[in-house]
Design a protein around this ligand. Structure first.
Ligand code: ARG
Length: 623
């Protein structure tokens, strides 16, 4: 950051004692932490308690005070006994560039107020300097305001989205895609190196079935046009044919084994597992074409992967190795020829790792895959973003890795999430990602068209509705805690009224328009070109306080892998912007005031845009 020498004398902050690492305190990255530490410093001296014990007790934003401290957390006694401690702080208090006042109502709590001008100065200065730094280093995810270097040197591998070839992209995949992307962004924003891995469901008996189906019903042209839809159609047809055959068999009809679809599919899959070139070649084509198509669709959602991997890519050696180790460690039992890991002791049931015919299964592949991935990436952490319905699977996987004594067993995390109710599109209840995006775009487009005057001003209405439409779907998904279920409702979530995605975009647009609408107001180049004391309205201070909280929000969202924390913050900020907008105007003000306010709105826009980008949204400038 730029030299401290440019800071006016009255805002110079005295040195704070910061020789120990204090959990959650980042003076270089979060200006509000300096002010918290100043409070902790005063109380530490008065209470004769170490500063690192006081710091976590500083509470932000309670009852219109900037920071409060509960004396009762450190001192015992009746309020009359506590008075000596409160007095000690109050009597020794001198206003500084950090704090302007301290008070108490009942001797149980101390209430501190910031030196507002100084606080606002340091906050805005920090936001604009980090913004400059991130413009200069656009590829550094730790440059923007709100980021940290906590994960520096560590590598996080994340498995998310992970749909199945020839099957619809269901709501579980949608949520995994959205949440997984944001968790990846959050880790990167906290200094981690992140590898995004798409673990395709591309292996198993069903791909033997698909192959038979394609020989019967496949169409080259259709396949090239839209591999995902076509393979799904083929899959449905062959599945129906198989079911119909089964009915006939059940009714007593005899069909020679080689004509039974079920057996044919098993045989093809066996060929695939044995690496038989013809079987592999066809399957590889299906896979490659599907990936190409997926990539294009993901792009529309600002989603990208570093690696397309999948169940098919897990090495035979690793699966054999895992099978051998669990047997050597006496963790297995047998049932009708199949080999199982017995986890009943841990209330995790028994889990098949080899089928009776020796072929592998989901768990075998995840287990072998772990070894392969660890060898390749040497991750410090591996996250799987998969619906809660698979919790047992991941518990079994992680427990087995632990019992096997794998070195990465304590680096694994399953980030789960709840169900989506009622996801369907105009085309039906079977949902493809592509159709869902299309429908969100169309619905958004209709919403926008309903305001003709505004619509006429939008330069690229379809592109804009695609951005706002996908914003709507993402925000609907992340607004609640991820473990909660929600009802998918495209109409509702694309609404401009209420706490939905479009509202956040709209706030960003408003903030952008301040600058556009006031071309005659000179844009200050630095904080030193504005008179900070002109930013004294309550509405401005409320917004600045939210901006100051932003790094804490990012940290919480990151620590708990909980994007909803960021979404809630975006809504809060958007509401504050909505009310300030009406009264704290730039237009028609005296130049000094106009300049200060313009500067303030610009910094607000920057922070909102940072948050939106972490949420994988594209902030738009006009709508
Ligand atoms: N393809 C799986 C499904 O659709 C999800 C895969 C999740 N990742 C994993 N490593 N098991 O259910």
């Amino acid at each position: 950051l730029s030299p401290e020498s440019s800071i006016p004398e009255k805002f110079k902050l005295y040195e704070l004692p910061f020789n120990k690492k204090i959990e959650g305190c980042d003076l270089n990255r979060s200006p509000i932490d300096k002010f918290k530490l100043a409070v902790a410093d005063l109380c530490s001296k008065a209470f004769e308690e170490p500063i690192e014990k006081i710091y976590p007790a500083t509470e932000l934003g309670k009852k219109n005070v900037d920071i409060s401290i509960a004396i009762v957390r450190f001192k015992k006694g009746k309020p009359t006994d506590l008075k000596v401690w409160a007095d000690k702080v109050i009597d020794n208090f001198k206003p500084s560039a950090y704090l302007s006042s301290v008070s108490t109502t009942d001797n149980k709590f101390l209430f501190f107020q910031f030196n507002k001008d100084s606080f606002n100065y340091h906050l805005l200065r920090h936001i604009s300097l980090t913004h400059e730094a991130s413009l200069a280093n656009p590829t550094d995810p730790t440059a923007p305001y709100g980021t940290t270097l906590e994960g520096n040197g560590k590598h996080m591998l994340i498995d998310f989205s992970s749909p199945n070839i020839a099957k619809p992209f269901h709501a579980g995949h949608l949520r995994s895609t959205i949440i997984g992307t944001v968790i990846s962004n959050l880790y990167e924003a906290n200094g981690w190196k992140v590898t995004r891995l798409n673990y395709l469901g591309d292996w198993g008996t069903q791909y033997g079935l698909l192959s038979i189906g394609f020989d019967r019903y496949g169409d080259e042209e259709e396949l090239l046009k839209d591999p995902i839809h076509h393979l799904f159609q083929v899959y449905v047809k062959i599945n129906n044919a198989k079911a119909e055959q089964k009915e006939r068999l059940d009714a007593g009809e005899t069909i020679p084994e080689e004509d039974q679809i079920h057996f044919q599919a098993k045989k093809v899959f066996k060929d695939m597992e044995d690496g038989e070139p013809k079987a592999i070649a066809q399957w590889a084509r299906f896979r490659d074409l599907s990936i190409e198509k997926l990539k294009g669709t993901y792009e529309k959602l600002n989603v990208k992967f570093d690696v397309y991997w999948g169940e098919s890519q897990v090495s035979t050696e690793s699966m054999d190795r895992a099978t051998r180790i669990v047997q050597e460690k006496n963790l297995t039992c047998e049932d009708r020829g199949a080999l199982l890991v017995d986890l009943t002791k841990y209330k995790m049931d028994r889990a098949i790792i080899r089928k009776a015919d020796g072929t592998t299964i989901y768990l075998t592949r995840d287990l072998g895959g772990l070894h392969d991935k660890y060898e390749k990436y040497k991750f410090d952490k591996h996250i799987y973003v998969v619906q809660a319905a698979q919790s047992l699977h991941f518990n079994q996987l992680f427990k087995t890795a632990e019992l096997m004594g794998e070195p990465y067993a304590d680096k694994l995390q399953h980030i789960s999430f709840g169900l989506v109710r009622g996801m369907s599109t105009r085309k039906g209840t079977v949902v493809f990602l592509e159709d869902m995006i299309e429908e969100a775009t169309e619905t958004m487009h209709e919403q926008m068209k309903s305001n003709e005057a505004k619509y006429a001003q939008v330069e690229n209405p379809l592109e804009t509705s695609a951005v706002i439409g996908t914003t709507a779907v993402k925000i609907q998904d992340m607004a609640g805690k991820r473990i909660n279920d929600y009802d998918f409702d495209i109409k509702r979530c694309t609404s401009f009224e209420g706490d939905f995605g479009p509202f956040i975009q709209y706030s960003h647009v408003r903030l952008c328009s301040v600058q556009r609408k006031n071309p005659n107001v000179p844009i200050p180049n630095s904080i030193n070109e504005i008179n900070i004391s002109l930013l004294n309205e309550t509405k401005i201070n409320d917004i600045l306080y939210q901006l100051a909280l932003y790094p804490t929000i990012v940290k919480n969202a990151y620590q708990y892998s909980e994007p909803s924390q960021l979404v809630t913050w975006c809504f809060k900020l958007s509401h504050l912007v909505g009310t300030a907008w009406e009264t704290v105007k730039v237009t028609g003000q005296e130049e000094e005031i106009a300049k200060a306010r313009l500067y303030f709105y610009i910094q607000t826009r920057i922070v909102l845009a940072n948050a939106m980008k972490l949420l994988s949204l594209t902030p738009i400038e006009r709508m």
